[in-house]
Design a protein around this ligand. Structure first.
Ligand code: NAP
Length: 312
């Protein structure tokens, strides 16, 4: 089976190139090989590569910039996935695509199920929703995996920003009234490989197409997430300095993940931190479908955070 992966320099794409290896021949397509800002070319490039599966984590992910660059975000997040779906219809291929918790406005208290009404609060969320809709209406075989608050040890993400700020400041103000679920890119990639394998192996799932929520279990705020992450890294940095590393860690955190001094943290409301794009107050996704239909068990976000940071 030939699997084309886009966005291989990104957080999820990087991990997918590793996790998909046991499933077949992985063709890694960076933005030079396949520029999604030029959707008209997408189908032709894919015909040349001729994959049986496309896994598409490439996206315009700059949430605030998407407010002013909506046309570019729409080309990459909606028109390009539509072109991929067109290839998949012609070739009988499977499209695995990623979407976001930001297709919801975050106004409800509970968790969002896959078929709850969408209402994006910002331009990024709107263009991602348009991508989902184009894939669904194309009729191609697809898995649309909605995830949230993605992080990894490489690439840009909230946690990395917190570590950088902790090195420069004694005091950090962090939003405490927006709730969601931090999701490691490596976890997304490993679950994706499992889903593709299960879809192939199971008679009940082989024709399954639709949207699936994919995050760890539990929920947190940006404030609690930063507090836990910085505390874990601070402890590991101190242990490394004092030469008493925990048995679960092979080395002290690398220079870019060291937190030698714990800053004081102040919980603030989102209203005190205005950004160009509005963010949902609650974007926790319900996990019943992936657990009950696909037989996966989602671990808690904080355990995964500790596991990922062992390798920092
Ligand atoms: N990050 C989050 O917090 C988050 C939350 C919810 C959902 N998601 C979704 O999860 C998926 C993976 O996100 P991520 O965090 O891994 O993203 P990321 O780290 O920002 O990586 C984005 C990737 O897309 C590629 N890309 C951007 N413009 C492109 C273009 N014109 N043509 C081809 N490739 C292009 C980038 O390549 P270059 O390096 O060459 O630009 C990069 O490899 C995306 O669908 C995203 O919408 C992310």
């Amino acid at each position: 089976m030939r699997i084309a992966v886009t966005g291989v320099t990104g957080q999820v794409g990087w991990e997918l190139v590793r996790s998909l290896q046991p499933l077949g021949e992985v063709v890694a397509l960076d933005s030079r090989a396949l520029d999604l800002a030029d959707p008209a070319r997408v189908r032709a490039v894919l015909r040349e590569v001729a994959p049986q599966v496309i896994v598409n984590p490439a996206a315009y992910t700059a949430v605030d910039k998407a407010e002013s660059e909506t046309g570019k975000a729409r080309a990459i997040n909606a028109a390009a996935p539509a072109a991929m779906a067109g290839y998949c219809v012609d070739a009988g291929a499977l499209l695995v695509h990623y979407s976001t918790d930001y297709v919801f406005d975050g106004s409800r208290d509970g968790r969002y199920r896959e078929d709850d009404p969408t209402a994006p609060a910002n331009a990024y969320g709107l263009t991602k929703l348009e991508g989902e809709q184009a894939i669904r209406t194309s009729g191609c075989a697809h898995l649309i995996l909605r995830t949230s608050w993605v992080y990894s040890l490489r690439g840009g993400n909230f946690l990395r920003t917190m570590v950088r700020l902790a090195a420069a400041r004694d005091h950090l103000k962090i939003v405490a009234d927006q709730y969601g679920v931090p999701t490691p890119a490596s976890f997304i990639a490993d679950v994706t490989a499992q889903l593709i394998a299960r879809r192939q192996a199971s008679a009940a799932l082989k024709d399954w197409s639709g949207v699936l929520n994919l995050t760890p279990a539990g929920r947190t705020s940006w404030f609690e997430y930063a507090s836990r992450g910085l505390a874990l890294l601070h402890r590991a940095t101190q242990a490394g300095t004092e030469g008493r590393l925990p048995a679960t860690s092979s080395a002290s955190p690398g220079p870019e993940w060291q937190v030698p001094r714990m800053p004081s943290l102040e919980a603030i409301p989102a209203s005190a931190y205005p950004t160009p794009a509005r963010r949902p107050a609650n974007s926790c996704l319900d996990l019943s479908r992936i657990e009950n239909v696909w037989g996966m068990s989602m671990p808690s976000w904080d355990g995964l955070l500790a596991t990922v940071l062992r390798d920092a």
